[in-house]
Design a protein around this ligand. Structure first.
Ligand code: EPU
Length: 341
């Protein structure tokens, strides 16, 4: 059987929302995926297709009327291409943090700041996961896909994918048209720690520690920081950061700063000013508060949580209440990072 019908998506979303997919199919190879796509085209030509890895960035607001595809392709290969560089070829269903671990263990560097991020390799290439001043897109060389309409193999170079803060062409004009099968990363054979970002800079303010810093230790520190701030999906349902950090113009920021002199901020390379949405939400009094069975995590205000049995609509209602309060107080519209289905 190529697919199952009326399948619960509870194991496929870290928010722990109960929703069902009309059809669900898992594939372990590109050939298997092609066969599924061609059969779906014949038997359910007008129905939508949604690719789901761990569902760590999704919010199901209703049952899904089309087919959910899940990659069980999780092989990994690498090739040293020079003294300095190694290409890593990771299939889309591989768990992201396992990829980071394998790379650190084998001595291929760049991804270590992205330790302990839930999700799969395929989703990371859509979402451009980022943390502690590093984004996956910086290291992505090419992304291999099958076109949903034809089942044909297509490869996109990273320039075509226009990686930006939590964004790529897969979230825009390529959305819903391709299934990612493999991501190729260009990594370094030399470890260059990147520890300037807030929480990491604080951790490593002692220079002696930096001189002896190993990639394994950096990975451990990041894992510890994340575990301290973010809920474990196996214990509390969430989608990590629910909102993106807003970027405003320098003029707009100057006005806001007059009213709120303590506002934390970072200047971006493009000239805008990024403000932590967590701070805005906390200032509105939402940190640790709940609305029905949905809540704001008590250790990180950017994270919305499911306190048990929350529906997607309850999470949406909470997010709308927060967005309204942030807009009323600061005049800033914050946008969800999580994708609503
Ligand atoms: N802050 C608050 N209240 C809070 C938490 C944070 O006021 O409850 C303020 C503090 O000023 C803090 C600042 O926000 O210095 C930044 O906080 P943090 O370093 O925790 O990072 P973030 O901006 O809230 C982003 C990413 C995270 C990533 C961290 C670390 C986004 C949307 N989120 O969060 O990514 O782990 O930086 O790099 O950019 C994710 O995408 O799921 C995710 C967890």
């Amino acid at each position: 059987m190529k697919w199952k019908e009326n399948v619960s998506l509870l194991p496929y979303n870290t928010f722990g929302i109960e929703a069902h997919a009309a059809r669900f199919a898992e594939y372990s190879s590109e050939d298997e995926l092609r066969e599924i796509l061609l059969s779906l085209k014949k038997e359910h030509p007008d129905e939508p297709i949604l690719c789901v890895g761990c569902g760590s960035n999704l919010l199901f607001t209703r049952d899904y009327s089309g087919t959910v595809l899940h990659s069980a392709m999780n092989r990994f290969r690498f090739r040293h291409i020079s003294e300095d560089t190694t290409m890593v070829y990771a299939e889309s269903g591989m768990e992201w943090d396992y990829l980071v671990q394998v790379c650190v263990d084998k001595g291929f560097y760049g991804l270590e700041n992205l330790s302990h991020i839930p999700g799969t390799v395929g989703a990371a290439a859509v979402q451009n996961v980022g943390a502690y001043g590093v984004e996956a897109g910086e290291f992505i060389h090419e992304v291999h896909c099958l076109e949903i309409a034809t089942g044909q193999s297509v490869t996109f170079g990273s320039e075509r994918l226009r990686y930006a803060y939590r964004s790529s062409a897969f979230k825009q004009e390529l959305k819903g048209k391709y299934v990612i099968t493999q991501v190729d990363f260009r990594l370094s054979n030399h470890f260059t720690p990147r520890i300037n970002y807030g929480a990491l800079a604080k951790e490593f303010c002692n220079r002696k520690t930096v001189e002896h810093l190993t990639p394994v230790h950096l990975r451990e520190v990041i894992t510890r920081i994340r575990k301290g701030k973010l809920p474990e999906p196996s214990e509390i349902g969430s989608a990590g950061s629910f909102f993106m950090n807003p970027v405003v113009s320098t003029e707009r920021f100057a006005e806001i700063e007059k009213r709120f002199p303590d506002i934390p901020h970072y200047n971006t390379p493009n000239g805008g000013v990024k403000i932590p949405a967590a701070w805005l939400i906390e200032q509105c009094g939402w940190k640790g508060k709940s609305l029905g069975r949905a809540g704001v995590y008590e250790k990180q205000a950017l994270v919305l949580v499911n306190h048990g049995g929350a529906t997607g609509s309850e999470i949406v209602a909470l997010s709308e209440a927060i967005r309204k309060d942030v807009h009323d107080k600061f005049g800033i519209i914050i946008q969800p990072e999580a994708i609503f289905i």
